[in-house]
Design a binder for this molecule. Structure first.
Ligand code: 47J
Length: 329
């Protein structure tokens, strides 16, 4: 079996939203597929209406196939400080043509303001490793771990695009999705993430600089967060770039287009085009842009978020041998 589902960027590619169906009869929700976490949680009828602003809610009482996991709860906090919590049902979940009949669906009872204010997003579907699922007392499997056994190959691919629909594919590698060679790199899943170490970077057409950067491929984070030494070396090449503590990041004149940022993936490279480093206007006059590359200070590792992923075709290979993570243009 294989499967594919389209994913659409919100404004400024801040997140990518993907349709799923839950329950019987099916309840259609649109959620954020997040390779940086491992809980499938959704807005639900168990929430206080003051925490809901337009989202679609999962109603387990309206599903003949929902089954409450008695005594189980979940609570999650993300790197951006957002959080949510609730209780747990087993129910049928379908993504495209792929169905898991007894997927753990974590019904929210509470969500933080970031989620309440994100009116188009009905929840998250974690594609990280099940080891970091937050359900207590018994952690639950991700959709990918539940479906992996019936896929033609135990892998999924991520193809995010700038301002255009992309896709998550399960169980196959679409040869039409990329040109050139695939560069594979070993995955360090010891922290529950799709971790890898990039060997270095280059600025614009400059020479490649060997500089190990260990981080995670994270579709749920918008920007590319790297060691502060690398980030300052990059912005040093942009006339007028500066760190603006009010905005919490580097900003720079939107024109001229900044230099490309290149990072290594094993023996290959990924190029973030300069016009994608200009992430969004930083001020009303549209003179300065907020950078898509920022510091990873305080996280403990780098985060290769959407700014890094939308420029390439990324593949996560969840085989039983140490997984492979591949990346290519
Ligand atoms: C909601 C959400 C997901 C992620 C990345 N895993 N962040 C930083 N915020």
């Amino acid at each position: 079996t294989t499967g594919a589902i389209a994913t659409d960027p919100e404004k400024h590619d801040v997140e990518y939203l993907t349709p799923i169906s839950v329950g019987t009869p099916s309840q259609d929700l649109i959620v954020d597929f997040d390779t940086g976490s491992s809980d499938l949680w959704v807005f639900s009828t168990e929430m206080s209406t003051s925490d809901i602003k337009g989202q679609t809610m999962y109603d387990p009482n309206n599903s003949s196939t929902s089954e409450k996991v008695q005594g189980s709860t979940w609570k999650i906090t993300y790197g951006d400080g957002s959080s949510s919590s609730g209780d747990v049902y087993l129910d049928t979940v379908t993504i495209g043509n792929l169905t898991v009949p007894n997927q753990a669906v974590e019904a929210a009872k509470k969500v933080s303001a970031e989620f309440t204010d994100d009116s188009h997003n009905d929840g998250l579907l974690g594609l990280g490793f099940s080891a970091i699922n937050t359900v207590q007392p018994t952690p639950q499997n991700t959709f990918f771990d539940n479906i992996k056994g019936i896929l033609d190959a135990p892998l999924f691919t991520v193809d995010l695009k700038h301002g255009a629909p992309g896709s998550f594919n399960f169980g196959y590698i679409d040869p039409a999705a990329y040109i050139g060679n695939i560069s594979w790199t070993p995955v360090d899943s010891s922290q529950g993430f799709w971790g890898f170490t990039s060997p270095g970077y280059a600025v614009g057409t400059g020479a490649f600089r060997n500089h190990s950067m260990s981080g995670i491929a994270d579709t749920g984070t918008t920007l590319l967060l790297l060691p502060k030494s690398v980030v300052s070396a990059y912005y040093k090449e942009i006339q007028g770039a500066q760190y603006d503590s009010d905005q919490g990041g580097y900003i720079f004149p939107c024109s001229p287009t900044p230099p490309d940022f290149v990072f290594g993936v094993n023996n290959g490279i990924v190029t973030v085009p300069g016009d994608m480093v200009s992430y969004a206007p930083a001020d009303s006059a549209n003179q300065n842009c907020f950078g898509g590359i920022q510091k990873d200070t305080g996280i403990g590792f780098s985060i290769f978020g959407d700014v890094a992923l939308k420029t390439s075709f990324v593949r996560s290979h969840g085989s039983i041998v140490p997984g492979h993570y591949a990346d290519c243009d």
